[in-house]
Design a protein around this ligand. Structure first.
Ligand SMILES: [Zn+2]
Length: 296
């Protein structure tokens, strides 16, 4: 048997390295990585302590152990990712549960009518998206302008613009992910006894060309994933409802099922009991009711 090394191509592989678990240390604003400075002199040894961009981001203390630390470089920033192991104290909650309906128009609405806005509709994100489009267009124009025969060449101006584009893209993803983390945290912090979500058919939605972009930008799947694991961390029962459960079509007041409800009907009007309610709120209340039946 012969073994050949597989070489990584310069510029293709993401630069990253592994840090020895036993030697890694954290405090509120610094991380200690061994062997960055190997001098015995005190002033040089300080170089092993690297300042973190965020304060108190990684939990530290006596009973905490770290696993699999890695440092990566994404072209602009250095990132450290690490597994943190410690004991959680979970106390059971007695608050009533909630149902959450996720969607395209608003990110989410819960059964108490708390609406989480769609971050992609804010001016900040819209402006960034415009900037992104402009940069993409100008880069492709520059590539075409500097084309030599059949091959494209990378000028220093193209490299500069590509770095700007990378920065804009990162900022957009950062804003979207931060929004989801904050909203899921806020929901979990209210400590309901259970949370009901619909099992999302994201793959099916991605096939719909009118919806696919919105679904992708909204990170719906990520939202549900975070709700689920944050529930587990906080001792909240997480209930997933099949996507065939008629949460939108059922009347949350009398239980009548309206089979001819269209996606464009934003308000639910019940013909049986005369209930007039926002379509998504109606769905969220139905999800909550489903959860109450499951618990009982
Ligand atoms: Zn009704």
């Amino acid at each position: 048997m012969q073994w050949h090394p597989r070489f990584k191509k310069k510029g293709k592989a993401q630069p990253k390295f592994y840090v020895d678990t036993a030697k890694i240390q954290f405090n509120a604003i610094h991380v200690k990585l061994e062997n960055i400075a190997d001098s015995k002199r005190k002033s040089r040894a300080k170089a092993n302590w690297i300042k973190l961009a965020e304060k108190d981001r990684i939990t530290f203390g006596n009973n905490i152990s770290y696993t699999n630390p890695r440092v990566t470089f994404d072209g602009i920033h250095f990132w450290i990712s690490v597994g943190v192991e410690y004991e959680l104290s979970i106390d059971k909650s007695t608050n009533p549960g909630i149902g959450i309906d996720v969607g395209i128009k608003d990110l989410a609405i819960d059964s108490n009518a708390n609406i989480t806005q769609n971050i992609n509709k804010t001016i900040k994100v819209k402006k960034l998206k415009q900037k992104q489009r402009r940069l993409q267009r100008s880069i492709s124009r520059k590539y075409n302008k500097n084309k030599k025969g059949e091959s494209y060449c990378k000028t220093s101006n193209i490299i500069k613009s590509e770095k700007q584009l990378l920065k804009t893209n990162q900022r957009l993803t950062g804003i979207r992910h931060n929004h989801i983390h904050q909203t899921t945290n806020e929901i979990v912090k209210t400590k309901p006894s259970f949370i009901v979500c619909e099992d999302l058919n994201t793959k099916g939605m991605m096939k719909n060309k009118h919806l696919s972009k919105a679904v992708q930008e909204q990170c719906l799947y990520e939202f549900v994933r975070q709700i689920e694991y944050k529930c587990n961390w906080n001792g909240i029962k997480y209930i997933e409802v099949s996507r065939y459960f008629p949460s939108s079509k059922t009347c949350s007041c009398c239980g009548n099922v309206k089979s001819d409800l269209k996606l464009s009907d934003r308000t639910y009007i019940c013909e049986e009991c005369g209930l007039v309610i926002d379509r998504d709120l109606n769905a969220a209340i139905n999800l909550k009711k489903y959860g109450e039946l499951m618990i009982a």
